[in-house]
Write a protein that binds this ligand. Structure first.
Ligand SMILES: Nc1ncnc2c1ncn2[C@@H]1O[C@H](COP(=O)(O)OP(=O)(O)OP(=O)(O)O)[C@@H](O)[C@H]1O
Ligand SMILES: [Mg+2]
Length: 271
């Protein structure tokens, strides 16, 4: 509809958070969080449990409203839109939730077709075709007739990912896509994120505390602490950062996690 937007939006950030504040009762979760997500890039957001990563994602899709601050998607002020006005925005934002919630009573085909039925008036034939296309991308066509209960955790994630991309969004938000998966399945998901990035020219926003995955897929890394951004930069800048919060996070995670951080090991500083 709004063809005029294309040119103006051709570069620069696609999602912008400006001075976001959000409290739940007396718990201050986001404190003046400002962050820009570059179009076509994979930005990985790291941070300790409870620091507000999922809350941040929910603001981007308008599931939560800030107490103060602004949420922008292209030239739309998301935090000001009512539900009706949000619908066309949400169609452009695929969301892979932390608990990849499939509908248990529907088979894989119907789970993936669901957003098409809700948001488009594509013919039955085109819908079927689109479902096959995205299941093929995530390597799950053979399971099209299975019920969610028959799938492993990693397979469920892949189906949820197929559902998240079936409307061809401009941005995909991933909330802990690899948590709870064994290293092999985690790697499959990481490769998928990269592949979708490549094939669909998509912008990815990935929230995780899995450092291994973060360094594998990120163009840009962001570290949150206490509801605000403490650092944003390329993976190498991150390893080399003198910021104590960053170093503490890198060391704590690599001590707790698998012994081989990807792409060359020891994060920056000698002890
Ligand atoms: N709807 C809500 N109502 C009240 N408190 C909430 C709500 N959503 C989140 N919180 C609180 O906000 C804080 C941040 O939550 P959030 O889910 O963003 O953490 P997170 O960084 O995603 O953590 P994790 O890595 O464990 O997923 C937590 O203390 C959480 O209990
Ligand atoms: Mg979370």
């Amino acid at each position: 509809m709004r063809m005029d937007g294309n040119q103006r939006d051709a570069s620069g950030p696609i999602v912008r958070l400006v001075g976001l504040c959000k409290s739940f009762g007396r718990l201050e979760v986001l404190r003046e969080m400002s962050l820009e997500f570059e179009r076509g890039k994979t930005t990985v957001v790291l941070g300790p449990s409870g620091c507000g990563k999922s809350v941040m994602l929910k603001h981007i899709v308008g599931l939560l409203r800030p107490d103060r601050g602004e949420v922008w998607f292209q030239d739309a002020r998301v935090d000001r839109l009512n539900e009706a006005a949000l619908a066309p925005i949400r169609r452009q934002l695929g969301f892979l939730f932390q608990q990849s919630a499939l509908f248990d009573s529907m088979d894989v085909r119907d789970n993936v077709a669901f957003p098409l039925a809700e948001h488009t008036d594509l013919s039955t034939e085109l819908r079927a075709q689109r479902v096959i296309e995205v299941l093929d991308m995530v390597g799950m066509v053979d399971s099209i007739e299975k019920m969610p209960a028959e799938l492993s955790g990693g397979q469920r994630k892949r189906v949820a990912l197929a559902r998240a991309i079936v409307l061809r969004p401009k941005v995909i938000l991933y909330d802990e896509p690899t948590t709870g998966l064994d290293p092999l399945r985690a790697r499959t998901i990481n490769e998928l994120i990269l592949k979708l990035q490549d094939e669909l020219d998509i912008t990815s926003i990935v929230v995780t505390h899995d450092l291994d995955s973060a360094f594998r897929i990120a163009d840009v890394l962001v570290m949150l602490y206490d509801g605000a951004v403490v650092m944003q930069g390329a993976p190498q800048e991150f390893r080399d950062s003198p910021n104590p919060a960053v170093q503490q996070f890198l060391h704590a995670q690599s001590a707790a996690g698998p012994p081989t951080p990807v792409g060359g090991g020891e994060p920056g500083a000698k002890a």
